[in-house]
Design a protein around this ligand. Structure first.
Ligand code: PGA
Length: 255
């Protein structure tokens, strides 16, 4: 069975002090949780301090970005070598990075492959725009994003990747996708595409839903066996809401 993974993407929120205080408050409340991977993705400046603060707890750390080169003249970027011992995951291809930082499918693929080679689990985000959904091309667009992201990734490696289906129209808008839409895209389109590429190994890939997830709608997603957790922005910034998301997932998945 796939172990659910719930990750809080803090985006450009929280200072170093606030980030450390947050995990110090969160970790004791989740101390019993061994059946779900609980992950926080702080800003870069807070990564090291948070990594120190979560040592010996159930919490794990994700970077919000990662470059594909080990080092080099890439002002502002973070190399995988710098994340070693600090972050076990890196979020790659988030729609905000695709939109504001011009992250292309090719870059997403290079980063995902590099993450795997560096022992970092990539959380690869895909998802369609509102226009694409309205014009009926959401399926083909997302399937293509998946194919491009996984180019050159072998069936042996695929279990070490996580995908996040995040429809752009649902991110930060408060307008979440219905459980049915999320399940169609995750269980149908995305896992179907992985199955075409990898056969049965597709069943080992964890796929999250993301986009305005909160305690009030979490159960709606977690009741689908194909949805293996959530990538959460806004609701992950509050300790109580974070704890509630984990408890709801435990209950819905019978863990
Ligand atoms: P949201 O963000 O939960 O605030 O919609 C999700 C994300 O961007 O990963």
């Amino acid at each position: 069975m796939r172990k659910p993974i719930i990750a809080g993407n803090w985006k450009m929120y929280k200072t170093v002090e606030e980030s450390v205080a947050f995990v110090q408050a969160l970790a004791p409340q989740l101390a019993d949780v061994t059946t779900i991977d609980c992950v926080v993705a702080p800003s870069f400046v807070a990564l090291y301090s948070v990594a120190q603060a979560v040592q010996g707890t159930v919490l794990q750390v994700a970077s919000q970005q990662m470059h594909w080169a080990d080092e080099g003249a890439y002002t502002s970027q973070i190399a995988p070598t710098m994340l070693r011992g600090i972050a076990s995951y890196a979020i790659i291809g988030h729609s905000e990075c695709r939109a504001y930082l011009n992250e292309t499918d090719e870059m997403v693929n290079k980063k995902a492959r590099k993450a795997l080679a560096s022992g970092i689990t990539p959380i690869i985000a895909v998802g369609e725009s509102l226009e694409q959904r309205r014009s009926g091309v959401a399926d083909s667009f997302v399937a293509n994003q998946v194919r491009l992201a996984y180019d050159g990734i072998s069936a042996d490696q695929v279990a070490q990747t996580v995908l996040a289906y995040e429809p752009i129209w649902a991110i930060g808008t408060g307008e979440n996708a219905t459980g049915e839409i999320a399940n169609d895209m995750i269980g149908g389109t995305i896992r179907g595409t992985l199955r075409e590429l990898y056969g049965d190994a597709a069943d080992n890939v964890r796929i999250q839903y993301g986009g305005s997830v909160k305690p009030e709608n979490m159960a709606e997603y977690m009741r689908y066996p194909d949805i293996d957790g959530a990538l959460v922005g806004g609701a992950s910034l509050k300790v109580d809401a974070f704890v509630a998301l984990i408890r709801i997932a435990q209950q819905a998945k019978g863990l």
